[in-house]
Design a protein around this ligand. Structure first.
Ligand code: SF4
Length: 188
């Protein structure tokens, strides 16, 4: 398939249904699978962008890379209406409580993506004022390496989050393992 400029573009794909039983006029699957499919394809990201990685994210959102292909064009700056926290940029120690507050205000289920060396490890800023990785204050699901990561890497990280969202058991958020994880971060 080629566009109006004659450039070859892959054919748009329709989201595949989960595993299940299909027959004439019916399809049956597990609730976990159906909810996983919905969660996977309707993530609402909250971009917590503090520096240059945020600019790279803007590029990922724009027409060329077009993040809306993943059902994610609706960015949310309200923690209560988002389920994917994307942390992009240097997080100063003074900013850490703010980040933690934003995380705690998000409703379950929620996922966290740490984009770039600064958010993941403090990056080149090994100083007294910079948090040496956001996983010191909140749990992280996926890390994207790079300084800055390219939009393709951001997309790869988001695909990994989608995989987690699609395959997560409905019981996970009520499990002892998850409660222990939050306790480790002193989160109720
Ligand atoms: S990882 Fe690099 S590009 Fe990203 S915020 Fe840090 S210095 Fe900037």
């Amino acid at each position: 398939m080629s566009d109006e400029r004659g450039i070859e573009r892959p054919k748009p794909t329709i989201v595949q249904p989960p595993d299940g039983h299909a027959g004439s006029g019916f399809f049956a699957t597990k609730v976990d699978e159906a909810i996983g499919l919905a969660r996977k394809n309707s993530l609402w990201p909250l971009p917590f962008a503090t520096s240059c990685c945020g600019i790279e994210f803007m590029s990922t959102m724009s027409s060329h890379y077009d993040l809306s292909r993943f059902g994610m064009e609706r960015l949310s700056f309200s923690p209560r209406q988002s389920d994917l926290l994307m942390v992009m940029g240097t997080i100063a120690k003074k900013m850490a409580p703010v980040l933690r507050e934003v995380y705690m205000q998000m409703a379950e289920p929620k996922w966290v993506l740490s984009m770039g060396a600064c958010a993941s490890t403090g990056g080149i800023f090994d100083t007294y004022s910079v948090l040496q990785g956001i996983d010191r204050v909140i749990p992280v699901d996926v890390y994207i390496p790079g300084c800055p990561p390219r939009p393709e890497q951001v997309i790869d990280g988001i695909l990994k989050i989608q995989e987690l969202a699609a395959n997560e058991s409905l019981r996970r958020r009520y499990s002892k393992e998850y409660a222990d994880l939050l306790t480790k971060y002193a989160i109720d």
